[in-house]
Design a protein around this ligand. Structure first.
Ligand code: ADP
Length: 431
């Protein structure tokens, strides 16, 4: 079977967000952590036979430009070797980048490598408040350049005009605009506009989109393009192009087994609320104190010894989650980086120990924390299942620690999820 869509995401949680949207719209999706080792041109991976789309998660958003280009090309070539009909380069919905890249250089390299001459570009995702009008990106009711992204530590976005932003990143190409007037004329309007831009010598065009219907029109008009560059929003229109509609089978995972646990290293407001709600509802919880970790105490071992007798009843929570003032105090004492690294390492050991001890349903809260746990668990690929809350699906993955039947895993980035997220997530799996 041919892979309908090959996706390359420039960060880990962005990959899951995209995969989640594709599954909701009816595709069966596997997410890979990095590019598999297979050499380009190798025969298709036999385990990819029962999926419609594969999302390769990279960590290339803020990597050096040459590294981002090389990783993106490796992913694209691997996906093409699996028969991918179209490559979807997933970027941040706030178009996180700098004048040097990495969106422009990676997109330009992909376009050339695919032998294509034109791609549409849109970070729009109206459901999440990201809209593009006359090439300008809005975050909620604010222009991107008036939003908090203006002060982002790594990729400050001070210009909302995406045509200008992308053009500044292109070495050879030219960026045009598919504006709302073309969208108002439907698929034919967009297709005609693409032809005009091609004749004018454009290789990329920022596309306006303020509604889900706009995204569906763009997906249809781009169906024949080898490359699209977008946030996760455009994905809502792609499965329908292949005759797929939302269906429960797309999100089907093996039956859940084993004990339940939560590992939380996120200190975001939503996670603090979720941890408090879990404890208030009588949940068993073990707090990891970063200062005691720094003092050399083996809190991971203590947490595992504490958890072992409680697992049959479960779910248990092991957390370093703390309010902002407490985090600041820890960071003042240890330095933010050292505190983060200590906590991540301890929680990753806890995650592995829990799975070795019989946990087969594991929730991880925190983007960096998720990365540390997935790496420690040796997870290379995840099948994407049903959505718990927007942006967070249950997944199923094989890990050396879990044995052949694998485990259910949900990776929640900081501010996602309603207050009762933890309990509701396990209830969805029948606990
Ligand atoms: P989020 O998705 O909410 O940003 P992350 O896991 O990406 O969560 O980042 C949280 C960071 O804070 C991690 O590096 C984690 O190790 C660190 N951390 C967690 N708890 C504490 C704490 N109590 N004090 C200081 N740092 C902490």
């Amino acid at each position: 079977m041919t892979l309908l869509l090959g996706c390359i995401a420039d960060d880990f949680t962005g990959a899951t967000d995209l995969a989640n949207n594709l599954v909701r719209a009816g595709m069966r999706v596997t997410q890979l952590i990095g590019v598999p080792g297979a050499s380009p041109g190798a025969s298709p991976d036999a385990s990819m036979t029962d999926v419609d789309a594969v999302v390769v998660a990279l960590k290339s958003r803020t990597a050096p430009v040459a590294e981002a280009v090389q990783q993106s090309l490796a992913a694209s070539r691997w996906l093409c070797a699996q028969g991918a009909g179209q490559i979807y380069f997933k970027v941040c919905s706030t178009f996180d980048s700098t004048p040097r890249g990495n969106i422009g250089p990676a997109a330009e390299a992909l376009l050339a490598d695919l032998g294509a001459d034109f791609a549409i570009v849109t970070p729009a995702f109206p459901e999440n408040g990201r809209t593009v009008f006359k090439g300008h990106l809005f975050v909620g009711d604010q222009l991107l350049s008036d939003s908090s992204m203006r002060q982002h530590p790594l990729t400050p976005m001070t210009d909302s005009n995406l045509v200008r932003v992308l053009q500044a990143q292109l070495a050879h190409g030219t960026c045009g605009l598919i504006d709302h007037r073309a969208l108002a004329r439907g698929v034919a309007g967009v297709t005609e506009r693409i032809e005009v831009l091609r004749l004018e010598g454009c290789n990329f065009a920022i596309a306006d989109a303020t509604t889900d219907d706009d995204l569906r029109i763009l997906a249809r008009a781009a169906a024949g393009l080898r490359l699209v560059v977008a946030g996760s929003g455009l994905a809502i229109g792609i499965p329908a192009l292949h005759g797929l509609a939302p269906n429960a089978q797309a999100a089907q995972l093996p039956p859940a087994t084993g004990a339940c646990a939560i590992v939380s290293g996120s200190c975001s407001a939503a996670t603090n609320t979720q941890v408090a709600a879990f404890i208030a509802a009588g949940g068993d919880a073990f707090a990891l104190d970063p200062l005691r970790l720094a003092g050399g105490e083996d809190l991971a071992a203590q947490a595992l010894a504490w958890a072992a007798p409680r697992l049959p009843k479960g779910p248990v929570l092991v957390y370093a989650t703390a309010e902002a003032a407490a985090v600041r105090a820890v960071q003042a004492a240890l330095g933010a980086e050292r505190a983060g690294a200590l906590v991540e390492a301890a929680l990753a050991r806890v995650a592995v120990g829990l799975v070795q001890g019989g946990v087969r349903q594991l929730l991880v809260a925190g983007g960096e924390t998720s990365g540390a746990c997935v790496q420690a668990l040796g997870i290379e690929r995840m099948r994407i299942g049903p959505q718990i809350d927007p942006g967070v699906p249950w997944c199923h993955a094989a890990s050396a620690a879990s044995g052949p039947q694998g485990l259910h895993l949900a990776l929640k980035s900081g501010n996602f999820g309603a207050p009762d997220f933890f309990h509701r997530a396990f209830a969805m799996l029948g606990r």
